[in-house]
Design a protein around this ligand. Structure first.
Ligand SMILES: [Zn+2]
Ligand SMILES: [Zn+2]
Ligand SMILES: [Zn+2]
Ligand SMILES: [Zn+2]
Length: 529
């Protein structure tokens, strides 16, 4: 049911007309499944919109142990033919903007109905044959017809509201009165009133301008794509309702809200074009400011502390400059001791993946040295670098995990019993880790830590725990903590930085445990893997 696509034709025409395009305008707010004007619209993770009551029956999703919350365990198969994926119910909440817009339109139309009882018109439904629209809920069997009042726009809305106008159908209008303009003036007036009442609803609550490339979050709030990525650079919480968001901060897999895009392209194409132009200009202006100071020193991980003693003059300068910035952040990259080529950077003295650190405490000593306490914010990949006053600066790309939805899909696929039984006989013990649930992979690490503490392993001394905290229960963070305390080579630990999923990281830590156990590490002495 990729029926939504049919609305697109309207926006490609230059200019549109309340009278000529009345049918297409009403289709913008119709549910493609039940054909009524959208009732409690829900925008799905694939960007398609449907009434909440039109969501398919839900089922318990198989093979997902992370995240373990109840809400994500229930899902349904997406009814849109351009998607058909499984969506979690937790990601399918009412679309706040569209809900409000539909409500305002309903109210305004109701006012209009009481005002215009003259100008009766015969509306006849007309089938549109389009292969991609075949499975709409309200089927067109034989044309329905009605005598309705008002201009075309009002009459078409009423027709849809009565549940008699299939989403895919067209309408033939036959005025039953003598009037030269055929209700044209009424249509123009109603459309202007509708535009007026909904106008402010399409302002982004981050930049307060018209939404550009609107993305709807799993909690149902909509922002410009650019605004949302900027907010997510700082925290994974929705800027409106503060719910934590199960999306990847770069929004690579989050499509635009299709409905809102089409509505905006229809009701305010000029405004949209000028917004696009302004933003493009701003972004060109911002290029060149994105250089980040890079400290070539040690391995750091997100959410973990790094303590630094700054004594080299070039780094004193770098830290002083960082302390003057609003974010107090700099990049930490580790030495490339083995001189391995680093992707596009070639052979450089540092490794290409690093961690952005925020200074949370700085103690300046009288002789100019300083003691700095930092915490890891996020990972990055260095795109390009140069030297500024003796230290390295680089342009970096933020580097994040895939979305939770993607994470769940991979776990379900890898733990599928059919695949597991195939692999059991032949594969090595480390390959078998691939088929364990994410929760089981975490438990391998957690249980190992518990046994090591019982054996009083020196690397789990109280002083270490005071600095790094106790092992985090969050499977996404556990590997970073583990790598921070475990006495193994930097080369091994570095493998965590380029990972893209929680599972991938937990498999690495589970492999460390397996190898440590096979080397009889229980004695508590430190072995380098
Ligand atoms: Zn979908
Ligand atoms: Zn519906
Ligand atoms: Zn915005
Ligand atoms: Zn929200």
């Amino acid at each position: 049911m990729s029926a939504d696509a049919s609305v697109g034709a309207l926006s490609e025409r230059t200019g549109f007309d309340a009278y000529r395009d009345a049918r297409a305008i009403i289709r913008l707010i119709q549910c493609s499944r039940c054909s009524y004007p959208l009732r409690v619209p829900v925008t799905l993770p694939c960007g398609n919109t449907i009434c909440r009551m039109c969501l398919p029956r839900s089922h318990v999703r198989a093979g997902i142990s992370y995240p373990a919350n109840q809400e994500r365990q229930e899902g349904f198969t997406c009814p849109f033919s351009d998607c058909t994926k499984e969506h979690s119910l937790a990601d399918s909440n009412p679309d706040v903007v569209l809900g409000k817009v539909l409500e305002l339109i309903g109210e305004e139309v109701a006012k209009c109905k009481t005002e215009s009882s003259e100008k009766p018109m015969l509306l006849e439904e007309q089938a549109v044959v389009h292969p991609s629209m075949a499975s709409s809920g309200l089927q067109f069997d034989r044309p329905r017809s009605r005598v309705l009042h008002g201009g075309r726009l009002l009459a078409t809305y009423t027709f849809a509201e009565m549940g008699e106008l299939a989403f895919n159908s067209d309408v033939i209008y036959k005025p039953l009165y003598d009037d030269e303009d055929g209700g044209l003036a009424l249509d123009m007036m109603l459309l202007d009133r509708l535009k007026e009442v909904v106008r402010n609803e399409f302002d982004c609550q981050v930049c307060y301008a018209l939404m550009l490339n609107p993305v709807t979050t799993p909690c149902g709030h909509t922002f410009c794509r650019r605004c949302l990525t900027r907010v997510l650079d700082h925290s994974l919480l929705c800027p409106l309702c503060r719910r934590s968001l199960s999306i990847s901060p770069a929004l690579t897999n989050e499509p635009n809200n299709e409905r809102i895009c089409r509505i905006l392209a229809t009701i305010c194409p000029e405004h949209l074009a000028s917004r696009t132009e302004t933003v493009t200009r701003e972004e060109q202006g911002a290029l060149g400011e994105s250089q980040v100071p890079l400290f070539v020193c040690t391995l750091s991980f997100p959410s973990m502390p790094t303590f630094l003693h700054i004594f080299e003059p070039r780094y004193r300068l770098m830290i002083r400059r960082t302390l003057e910035t609003r974010t107090r952040t700099f990049g930490m990259v580790s030495y490339n001791r083995t001189r391995e080529p680093q992707g596009n950077l070639g052979t450089v003295e540092f490794r290409e993946y690093g961690t952005l650190l925020r200074i949370i405490n700085a103690q300046m000593l009288p002789d100019g040295r300083s003691l700095i306490e930092t915490v890891g914010v996020s990972r990055f990949k260095v795109k390009d670098w140069s030297i500024l006053d003796g230290y390295v600066v680089g342009s970096i790309d933020r580097y994040d995990d895939i979305s939770l939805v993607e994470e769940e899909r991979i776990e379900a696929a890898e733990t599928d019993p059919a695949r597991r039984s195939n692999a059991n006989g032949s594969s090595s013990p480390t390959a078998q880790l691939d088929h364990l649930s994410t929760r089981d992979l975490l438990d391998i690490g957690m249980n190992f830590i518990r046994r090591m503490r019982d054996n009083s392993a020196p690397w789990l001394h109280q002083r270490v725990l005071e600095a790094y905290g106790y092992p985090p229960e969050d499977p996404a963070l556990f590997p970073y903590w583990f790598a921070s305390v475990l006495p193994i080579s930097e080369h091994e630990k570095y493998k965590l930085l380029p990972t893209r999923s929680v599972r991938e990281r937990l498999k690495i830590t589970a492999r460390w445990v397996r190898r440590a156990e096979s080397q009889r590490w229980y004695s508590g002495t430190c072995t380098v893997l």
